[in-house]
Unconditional design. Structure first.
Length: 256
């Protein structure tokens, strides 16, 4: 059931692994409670953990998918074996970008979340049907080197879009797939086209920077806005609070 029935439906995709499990129930329930228009929430996890999460989440109304069930679930780990331990991290990024195209029946608008995000305020990522995007000042240069190498254009925006979530639209992802097929001169699915740019181990990739800069490169085709009305904070997990003024907080396991 949609929390705001008049909103265009949004499906949610959350790739998770063991480090995310202490937070995942809060991520799921807070997204259901506070994100406008949420319809279905999809969790993607290693196959060995599906049963555990089914029991752990109980009646959370989530759909669980084994990452191995996707065509790239094992292929990416094999292709990027020289990246260990980052191969699993790249797999999660590809899941966020490609699951909207690969899971049957997904909404046109799909909100990808990191597995440590907790929402505190009612948040609308599609006011008036216009997708909203967040930015921050801190930028990681290899993410933009990847874009320039694989997409053929430099950074399209002076800010970073790595804010632990992003609204993806299926028609934009299809356009990205077609763009990369033409650039690489081959028919291949989006995941394969994205991973091709990662075979240089000195490059990095961010699903959020990749999509955000694609939007700006072809801004005349798409309707979207960069917003400051949605706010967030990065905090260590030990700083967890039941109340915050921000729209959401990402509670990172790596912050001490």
């Amino acid at each position: 059931m949609l929390r705001w029935p008049s909103m265009r439906p949004i499906d949610v995709v959350i790739p998770v692994e063991a480090k995310d499990y202490p937070m995942v129930a809060l991520t799921v329930f807070s997204a259901r409670r506070h994100v406008a228009g949420v319809r279905d929430i999809h969790l993607v996890c290693p196959e060995r953990d599906v049963g555990f999460l089914e029991d752990f989440l109980g009646h959370a109304e989530v759909r669980l998918h084994a990452e191995e069930s996707f065509p790239y679930g094992e292929g990416i780990l094999e292709r990027l074996h020289h990246f260990k331990p980052r191969a699993g991290w790249y797999l999660q990024q590809v899941v966020k970008l490609c699951a909207p195209l690969d899971i049957p029946g997904m909404a046109e608008d799909v909100l990808a979340l990191d597995g440590d995000v907790v929402f505190y305020q009612d948040t609308d990522f599609l006011p008036g049907g216009v997708p909203q995007y967040l930015t921050r000042k801190f930028r990681i240069i290899p993410y933009f080197e990847y874009i320039e190498r694989n997409f053929g254009y430099p950074a399209q925006h002076p800010m970073s879009a790595v804010c632990h979530l992003m609204l993806f639209q299926r028609h934009v992802l299809r356009d990205m797939e077609a763009f990369l097929q033409e650039r690489q001169g081959r028919e291949a699915p989006l995941w394969d086209l994205l991973v091709a740019g990662l075979e240089d181990e000195h490059l990095g990739m961010s699903e959020y920077e990749t999509y955000f800069n694609f939007l700006h490169r072809f801004a005349d085709r798409y309707d979207f806005e960069v917003t400051e009305s949605i706010t967030y904070e990065d905090l260590p997990r030990k700083a967890f609070s039941t109340t915050r003024e921000e729209s959401y907080v990402a509670y990172h396991a790596y912050l001490k």
